[in-house]
Design a protein around this ligand. Structure first.
Ligand code: TXA
Ligand code: MG
Length: 334
């Protein structure tokens, strides 16, 4: 039986909170992407997440909490981590910190750290409150595929593997949270770029009178953060990135190639033309990115060509969008 898509009525929210408390799985909306949630303190429930997603056991989960006091039950916070949590939570920032004993091994893939985030989406917050437990939730897609930003995306990928999806409409941010590792004293390392930039984080740290060095990631250890794998977030159709708009114009004439541009009219002129925004705003591009990749992927093109954000636009979202595009275009699976 395919998953049930629930509208967010008070009755349905109570029902879904009960499912979570009893060890079941529920796909939930967050402000970034939809997550596949389970009680983070229940190892059996968390193992079900890995099974449903076909996710390798070495790829740890992010735990969602209502607030900083709840987070401090699960991880050892230092002064910098507290400052960042107070400033950016609830919101699209995930902190990696030394774990406490309450966190089951399955959540952290046996690592000594745990990833924590307090989401701002009102329905995610409602379920955290009603269930009364922290929620482990990776993106609600099959491992390696494009993340879901609507309930129907979740249904398309996981519908046969899970029973419940909470419909909160399309996600507002559209790309996954910024992940920063603060587990080493005095050091901040960005493991995954998102809507919040390293520069913003360091400015807040400095304003609080603290100093942190910005660490570099060396090597691409899958254990460090598998989201950094070259090939991730990928459609099935081979995807090529394009830095010059001239090449886009050239390929627009090739019917077998889907051409995705950053900006364009709402009513595409050709069946192979897709646009990520009407206005060119990065927030709109990020919000539409995954839905557009999925649309193009579903239409049987031989390949997809996507325009990258020009390097002149150095904002956090520009970096996050290009990061996801590069990974989506990465080496094909065997
Ligand atoms: O916006 C988001 O973060 C979304 C929503 C649902 O909250 N979640 C999400 O989860 O993107 P997921 O599992 O698709 O990506 C989480 C990333 C993975 O690359 C994982 O390796 C990394 O977080 N991660 C989790 N725990 C970690 C840890 N202890 N150390 C380093 N990386 C960790
Ligand atoms: Mg994911």
């Amino acid at each position: 039986m395919p998953a049930r898509i629930h509208t967010p009525t008070p009755r349905n929210l109570r029902l879904l909170a009960g499912v979570l408390r009893r060890g079941g799985l529920v796909a939930i909306p967050t402000e970034t992407v939809y997550g596949l949630a389970a009680n983070a303190l229940d190892a059996r429930a968390c193992r079900r997440i890995f099974q449903a997603k076909r996710r390798p056991a070495h790829d740890p989960l992010i735990v969602h909490v209502p607030n900083l006091p709840a987070a401090e039950q699960l991880a050892e916070f230092n002064a910098a981590a507290r400052v960042l949590a107070r400033h950016f939570w609830p919101g699209p920032l995930t902190l990696v910190l030394p774990r406490k004993a309450a966190v089951p091994d399955v959540v952290t893939s046996g690592q000594s750290t745990v990833a924590l985030r307090s989401p701002s989406h009102p329905l995610a917050r409602r379920l955290l409150k009603l269930s009364g437990v922290p929620l482990a939730a990776p993106s609600a897609n099959l491992f390696g595929y494009v993340s879901p930003t609507t309930a129907l995306h979740v249904q398309a990928g996981l519908g046969r593997h899970i029973a419940h999806i909470l419909d909160g409409g399309p996600c507002q941010v559209g790309v996954e949270s910024t992940i920063v590792d603060l587990s080493e004293q005095g050091m901040l390392r960005v493991l995954r770029p998102g809507a919040i930039s390293a520069r913003q984080l360091l400015a807040v740290i400095r304003a609080a009178g603290l100093t942190l060095r910005l660490g570099r990631i060396t090597g691409r250890s899958p254990v460090l953060a598998p989201g950094l794998l070259d090939q991730h977030y990928s459609p099935h159709t081979p995807l090529t990135l394009c830095r010059q708009s001239g090449a886009l114009a050239h390929h627009s004439a090739t019917a077998g190639t889907a051409v995705i541009r950053l900006k364009g009219s709402a009513t595409p002129t050709a069946p192979n033309a897709f646009f990520l925004s009407k206005t060119g705003s990065l927030a709109e591009i990020a919000r539409n990115l995954y839905a557009t990749l999925r649309q193009a992927d579903a239409r049987g093109f031989e390949r997809i060509l996507v325009q990258m954000v020009p390097p002149s636009r150095r904002s956090a979202l520009a970096i996050a969008i290009n990061d996801r595009l590069k990974r989506a275009a990465g080496k094909r699976r065997g």
